[in-house]
Structures are given as C-alpha cells and as structure tokens.
Design a binder for this molecule. Structure first.
Ligand code: ADP
Ligand code: MG
Length: 264
C-alpha cells in the first residue's frame, strides 16, 4: 500500500444550470518521502486536485487514502502552502507561525520549538515581532513555509507557491523550500505551471490533460538530478532535454501540434 493513494478520482462542480468536471479518472500512488509535481494547462484542475487531497473538497467519485485512511476532511497531517501567503495581517509573525499549534491546543514550549527553530533556519528570527505588511513577498512566503511545517504534517501540498514572486526570489526560495523539505523527510506535492520548476524541484512529474484533467503522462526525473539543489539542476546538461520532452508533450495536447520550446 502506498503512502498516498488517489483512486478513480473525479470532481464535478454543480451550479443551478450547469456543471464543470474539473478532474476525472485520476489514479495515482505516491510513496513516503517522494516529491511529486503536477503540471498542466491553466484551468485543468491542478488546484482542485490539491484541495481534494487536503480534504477541503470532497470527490464526486473515488477515494483518497493517506496512510491507508480515507481522507474526508482537512486534518493536521496535511500542510498547505499557496501562491498567496494568507498570513493574518493583524498577527505578528510569531503568532502567525504558531497559530496552527495554538488551535490544536499545543502551546507548550516543546510544541513551539520546531516553529522557532525553522524561523531561525530560514533567517527570520529577527522578524518575530514584525507584522506581515512589514515583510517582502519572499519573506512572507518563508513565513508561510514555517507555518506549514510547524505542526509537523506528514504531507505537504504546495500550490504555485512561487508564482507571485520575482524570478530571483523564486529561484532562491526553490532552493530553500527544497532543502527544508528534504531535511525534514517530508512527502510533498507541488502544483506549478512552470516545467523548469517541476524538473528542478521534484522526483516525478505528473502531466494533466486539458480540463477535465486526466493523467496524460508521467516523467521520472533522473536520479542524480533528484538530489541536487534546484538551482544546480537548472544548470545541468540533463535539464534542457527533459524540458523539451515535457514541453512538446504539453503542446501536443493544446492544439495538436508540436512546438519548440524557447530557451529559458
Ligand atoms: P488549475 O489550478 O489547473 O488552473 P482549477 O483546479 O482551479 O484549475 O480549476 C479547474 C476547473 O474547475 C476550472 O474550470 C474552474 O473554473 C473550475 N472550478 C474550480 N473551483 C470551482 C468551484 N468552487 N466551483 C465551480 N467551478 C470551479
Ligand atoms: Mg490553480
């Protein structure tokens, strides 16, 4: 039995006069410690899939098993990080990162230790008493990373966490998030529209078709790239051939033609 299993998942949204099937026939197994990315055209159901895995949305058909247990509702075993940090503007950084723990009733020093330790590792310990509006976008995403990890979840879900950042900040944060996830031996799923980011950060890339999203293809990132820092993967000679392969596969579903990738 795999750590995370998606079985024949389908999600249809209904309104009073229409419906939209976002994803269908999704069968996927993810092993403990794996870092998997989900890519695909805009609107193909990537965020819907993560919301289903988080338990925030319920599948119309199918089932999700985390460690053999069916996911019905959000649980502290799953951490979520989004494009926007959703930090509470009226709370200090310290209170933002420990909010999850506080709501779980874990307020003792030993419970808080991981959160403070992470804040320190990510270079933010001097920002504890600051408020989110006093921090840059990159810093706020680092705080969001600490908040996600502070409750020590088993599974991390990252939905385009770098897409609102400038390119340099994004590259630096890719390295930081990658190292943090590896250091804490987490299982993680990254949704991105950036093929390069998927190759640089993850072990396996799941390509979804246009909506309704189905698994079109999977790509295993070469083992030697899997352990490298994302920045170094992008500079490696094996990066571009894989980028081209995935690009062509993605293009082939959008309009039936095969396009050439522009260099990145
Ligand atoms: P992606 O993240 O790949 O861009 P989404 O998962 O956000 O795509 O959306 C997939 C499809 O489902 C889109 O057509 C979107 O409009 C639709 N959708 C997403 N959430 C809802 C919702 N709550 N109600 C109705 N339709 C939705
Ligand atoms: Mg999305």
């Amino acid at each position: 039995m795999a750590f995370l299993e998606l079985k024949q998942l389908e999600k249809t949204f209904f309104s009073y006069d229409s419906w939209t099937t976002a994803v269908e026939e999704i069968n996927l197994s993810i092993e403990e410690g794996e870092f998997v990315s989900i890519i695909g055209p805009s609107g193909c159901g990537k965020s819907t899939l993560l919301s289903l895995i988080s338990g925030l949305l319920h599948p119309s058909v199918g089932e999700i098993l985390l460690d053999g247990v069916s996911i019905k509702n959000p649980t502290p075993e799953t951490g979520y990080m989004l494009q926007q940090d959703y930090l509470f503007p009226w709370l200090s950084i310290k209170d933002n990162i420990t909010l999850g723990l506080t709501t779980m009733g874990k307020t003792e020093d030993k419970d808080m230790e991981l959160a403070y330790q992470l804040l320190d590792t990510l270079g933010l310990s001097d920002k504890e008493e600051h408020f989110p509006s006093q921090l840059s976008g990159g810093m706020r995403q680092r705080v969001a990373l600490v908040r996600m990890l502070s409750t020590d979840p088993k599974l991390l879900l990252l939905d385009e966490p770098f897409s609102a950042l400038d390119y340099q900040t994004k590259l630096k944060l890719e390295d930081l998030v990658f190292s943090t996830i590896k250091e804490h031996n987490k299982t993680a799923i990254l949704v991105t529209h950036d093929i390069g980011e998927a190759i640089a950060m993850t072990d396996r890339i799941i390509l979804l078709s246009e909506r309704p999203g189905r698994i079109k293809e999977q790509f295993i990132v070469p083992a030697n790239l899997q352990t490298m820092l994302p920045f170094d993967v992008r500079a490696n000679h094996e990066f571009n051939p894989l980028f081209q392969t995935i690009w062509k596969e993605m293009e082939s579903h959008e309009d039936g033609s095969q396009g050439d990738a522009t260099t990145i």
